[in-house]
Design a protein around this ligand. Sequence first.
Ligand code: GLV
Ligand code: MN
Ligand code: MN
Length: 438
Amino acid sequence: MAALLRTDPGAVAAAARRVMDRCDELARVTATDDGIERVYLSEEHARVNRLAAQWMREVGMTTRQDAAGNQVGRLDRVTPSGTPDPDVPALMLGSHLDTVPDAGRYDGIVGVLMGLEVVRMLRAPCPDGTGWRSPLPFALEVVAFSDEEGTRFGKALLGSSAVAGTWDPDWWSLTDDDGVTLHEAFVGFGLDPARVGEAARRPEELAGYLEAHIEQGPELDERGESLAVVSSIASARRFQLVVEGEARHAGGTPYDRRRDALLGASEAALAVERICRAEHHMIGTVGQLETYPGAVNVVPGEAHLSLDLRGELDGDRDRVWGAIERELDTIMGRRGLRWRAREIHSAPAVFCAPLLQDVVREGIVSTLDRGVDGPATIFSRAGHDAMALGAVADVGMLFLRNPDGISHHPDEDVSAADVASGTRALAEAVLQLAAARG
Ligand code: GLV
Ligand code: MN
Ligand code: MN
């Protein structure tokens, strides 16, 4: 279909500049003196919500912070006769504003800010001069999700799960590193835990969910392309593993008398790499490792390690976890160790809706020079809010090139030119969806 967006290149370049400047501004809202860290229900979370609300109002949206601390902006539809129509479903655009420790400044954030620029490009003035409305057959919402990373409570996608209506009451007793429960943190932030259900959206309220995000991997950079359609998001499981051995004197204990938990944990980490490498589209990471008692002259008696396991398909992910379990039984048995696992996160693979993949593709094509091949369609190994939203709406995603594929690191980057193309593509995708939905 022919491109529908009518906006001048100067406006698109200005939108991209605003997105980049605001990424810098949000990067200054951090809990640490050097580097960026912003976790759920913190003072920094409240501050970025206030900034997002201000920027939402600036593009004509009404704003609210929902019952789980997500910041929501809405632009109601206006009918052709000029009357507001608050009851039509909303197309939701968004991503998250929380970060991992020592984060980059674009993961999640760029998608929220691009959503606001799309609203700026597509809104129409109210005929009575009282503000702005969506001229599309749906309302437009932009959501800044409050917790995607799960950094504080170990459980990812808390904000978007509340919106999807999949909040699990068992989560209230999760604790952060200071022993503060999720329930206590809610109250401390000024939220009422009893009302978290009010954040949930019903399927009939949503026309779909579209998320723009940096790729967090090298595929687009290696292909020399700036944008991609996302086909699906990896299924994931996360575990805390405990290996138990026996603490003993480091000098006096001969090797054949040792039950060294760190060596068992180390072999376990290597086994995860070996097993996942032999598979297609599986990846496993041990990102945390602690030993107890943790003294230079004591054989480690206990080791705690994390495991993050991702795969394209749930069945492959679960089969690989079974293989890891069997291998750990062998390793620990050989070393006289015991081990156990506690699952702390599980999310099924989520497939982007064919129609939303098509409109994202149309959006990207509208930014390409004539004669260039169609855009790449890639599978996301990283997790996104779209995974949670999949429970309540059709979802689609647009990826932006991530130079050197580095993310969850201060060097994470995206270019202003790619943000300009991506914002244009996202706005075009919204218009194509409007045309398809009539
Ligand atoms: C979130 O960024 C994740 O994929 O862990
Ligand atoms: Mn992330
Ligand atoms: Mn992210």
